[in-house]
Design a protein around this ligand. Structure first.
Ligand SMILES: [Zn+2]
Ligand SMILES: [Zn+2]
Length: 394
């Protein structure tokens, strides 16, 4: 049976997958600079005899064709970039590129997909259809490697029937995987606001236009976007984490700068909310004698896991891992550029548990102590191969 064959191959590949993961982990590169990582992936694909093409500078796309007849195409995606973080882990595979760290597990996704590619290559005669491997750059940085890869045609020639992607999750125990059908992750927009008034002596407010008090009103009023305008069934987040008024006890400043984030799970509402926020902030500032510049830097769209595909994939995961090792995920209001694939293709983005409390492996992604329980890679390489083969209709 194909399942047993994949499980055996995953076992025999385990050390190689770990070695690849550790190599990539110790040589992290920032978004849009994944030159060595991309060359490493290319070399590994060459060793497997898999032809590849470059896309979006450091991205790679490759095809593995099953030998049985089938027109179906399934794309498997991994991201390759790291973050500007100083690694605090004392491990043999610690980052050798100081100040850069694979703190989001993209080393894991890339090495896992290379392992999956090896399994699929070995099993070519056992399945029909085409697997498209996508190794993308720059998940962590706008405009997102996924959007560039799509612009350059990664989802054409051949066009995938579905795109599958996985991401590490330190909240879930290693060996378990999480799924959620439907809306899963949020769109994220960065807000840069400047409230302008007229500064002066704090003792003479009548001669000034105080941007601090205008800002206070704007901050409170904008929460109505969430509490009064947003459909309660449609999760929305508005947070301002940076408010800078550089006056003093007796100095009213000329302006106040704010930075925040707006997150949602509906593109129509997202566009409406942008207009409402801007109008409200500008209107309040104007009514109080000041002015407001409200700039929105649009980030990734929301991520939707196509329900039929995701339910099927979840069932296949139960089949491969055992029911007890498949868990349900909650909506997560973080963003991920896999969302771009999900906006234009049927897609399923699932989570790979990487936690091991007994070994102290519990740190969140994007922290200097993030690490994974590596045994999870044995399941992840095999699971993705199994999901692809099943989705190809075998
Ligand atoms: Zn990340
Ligand atoms: Zn990530």
């Amino acid at each position: 049976m194909i399942k047993q064959k994949i499980q055996e191959l995953s076992k025999s590949l385990f050390n190689e997958v770990i070695a690849n993961r550790r190599h990539i982990h110790s040589h992290p590169e920032l978004s849009f600079h994944e030159v060595e990582t991309s060359a490493f992936v290319a070399k590994k694909l060459d060793e497997l005899g898999i032809g590849w093409e470059r896309m979006a500078d450091n991205g790679l796309v490759a095809l593995i064709k099953g030998e049985k007849p089938s027109d179906r195409v399934i794309a498997l995606r991994a991201d390759m970039d790291a973050l500007p973080i100083y690694e605090a882990n004392d491990v043999p595979y610690k980052s050798q590129n100081e100040g850069v760290m694979h703190a989001c597990g993209h080393d894991v996704h890339t090495s896992s997909l290379l392992g999956t590619a090896k399994i699929l290559t070995e099993l070519k005669s056992e399945f029909g259809g085409t697997v498209k491997l996508i190794f993308q750059p720059a998940e962590e940085r706008l405009p997102g490697g996924a959007s560039l890869m799509i612009k350059e045609g990664v989802l054409e020639n051949p066009k995938p029937d579905a795109v599958l992607g996985q991401h590490v999750m330190p909240l879930i125990d290693a060996g378990k995987f999480g799924f959620r059908a439907g809306k899963y992750m949020a769109s994220t927009d960065e807000l840069y606001v400047t409230v302008k008034g007229k500064g002066g002596h704090g003792a003479q407010p009548q001669q000034n236009v105080d941007p601090v008090i205008i800002t206070a009103h704007i901050l409170v009023a904008l929460q109505q976007i969430v509490s009064r305008f947003a459909d309660p069934k449609n999760p929305t987040v508005l947070s301002f984490g940076k408010v800078i008024a550089e006056g003093a006890t007796n100095v009213i400043p000329n302006e106040v700068k704010l930075e925040g984030t707006f997150r949602a799970l509906n593109e129509k509402w997202r566009a409406e909310a942008h207009i409402k926020m801007k109008k409200m902030a500008e209107g309040i500032a104007d009514a109080m004698g000041g002015s407001c510049e409200f700039n929105i830097m649009k980030g990734y769209p929301f991520l939707i896991n196509e329900p039929k595909l995701t339910n099927e994939t979840r069932a296949h995961a139960e089949d491969y891992l055992g029911k007890e090792n498949v868990v349900d995920l909650d909506i997560w209001m973080a963003a991920e550029d896999f969302a771009y694939y999900s906006q234009v293709s049927d897609a399923c983005f699932y989570r790979m548990g990487t936690r091991n409390e007994s070994r102290g492996i519990t740190s969140a992604v994007h922290t200097p102590t993030f690490d994974i329980e590596e045994t999870a890679l044995e399941q992840s390489v095999g699971l993705m191969a199994y999901l692809a083969i099943k989705q190809l209709g075998n």
